[in-house]
Ligand binder design. Structure first.
Ligand SMILES: C[S@@+](CC[C@H](N)C(=O)[O-])C[C@H]1O[C@@H](n2cnc3c(N)ncnc32)[C@H](O)[C@@H]1O
Length: 271
């Protein structure tokens, strides 16, 4: 059901596995914890359910899934990056999640359907082939089981008052990002077409930030991570430095508000 990482395709995670990304993903998981719990509360699972978090990163929603399936159920955290799997194991030990194990690799899509719930969060947005991932998630799901996905759509990501550097950097980063930054908008049709799901539902959430919130500067964080890719697209170091300085000053003002990307949640049942 899973493929070992070295043979896998499309598994490079462009944001990397630095300790800063580790911290960022855990903090983001805390931010999204309540809405992830709300999503799981909508999904009826059988006793002794099996669930998988595909692209779990350093924790993903493994702790929530552990709670959801209970002591007689089991959860697998799957990730294609060895460092992420090591961190996921550390989280499992720290949180004493006795019913959770990890696997290094990707979903192969050619095994027996083994799971009552197949979930991913912020995996498809980083992937050049989200359809293939959703198809393999469907293949891994038992008939009558659920496929649930949570992905951002950058459409709502704005700052107010507007600033020209925001629009320029956001457009540049969208083109340099590994996947479709508007994938959240496509989740229902992805679940239906690539996942073959019925009974598809969708909801969405967003947040507002001020200068004191670290997420106020996320666009600038991405700009620094993607510096080389932006240079390769003809944005010289001087231009990038000017854009980031101007936007940094604007975002630091107490009156500047950032509205976050839309976190879209979609779930459907495999017939
Ligand atoms: C943005 S992180 C999200 C982590 C976690 N789901 C969360 O919400 O905190 C994406 C993760 O997916 C992993 N990944 C990327 N492509 C993958 C694939 N094809 N199969 C499994 N994991 C993958 C990366 O290594 C990374 O840990």
């Amino acid at each position: 059901m899973t493929r070992s990482a070295p043979e896998s395709h499309n598994a490079t995670y462009l944001l990397g596995s630095s300790t800063a990304e580790h911290r960022r993903l855990l903090a983001q998981g805390d931010l999204l914890r309540d809405v992830a719990r709300q999503l799981l509360n909508r999904l009826p699972l059988p006793d002794q359910a099996r669930a998988i978090d595909v692209g779990c990163g350093p924790l993903g929603i493994l702790d929530l899934l552990s709670d959801k399936v209970g002591p007689h159920g089991t959860v697998v955290g799957l990730d294609s990056d060895e460092q992420m799997v090591t961190w996921a194991r550390q989280s499992i030990t720290r949180l004493r999640l006795a019913n959770v194990t990890t696997t290094l690799g990707t979903l192969s899509g050619d095994g027996e359907p083994a799971y009552d719930l197949t979930h991913c969060r912020l995996l498809l947005i980083n992937s050049p082939d989200p359809e293939a991932i959703v198809t393999s998630m469907a293949a891994a799901t038992r008939p009558g089981g659920w496929i649930a996905v949570q992905e951002y759509d950058w459409a709502t990501w704005h700052c107010d008052p507007p600033h020209p550097a925001w629009g320029t950097l956001k457009t540049l980063l969208a083109s340099a990002f590994g996947g479709d930054v508007h994938i959240g908008a496509r989740l229902p049709s992805l679940l239906r077409d690539a996942g073959g799901c019925q009974d598809v539902h969708t909801t969405a959430h967003t947040f507002y930030w001020r200068a004191v919130d670290p997420y106020q500067r996320l666009l600038l964080h991405f700009a620094s991570l993607f510096g080389e890719r932006l240079h390769a697209r003809g944005i010289g170091p001087h231009t990038l430095a000017t854009l980031t300085r101007e936007l940094g000053d604007h975002l630091a003002r107490p009156t500047t508000i950032v509205r976050e990307s839309l976190l879209v949640q979609a779930w459907g049942r495999k017939p």
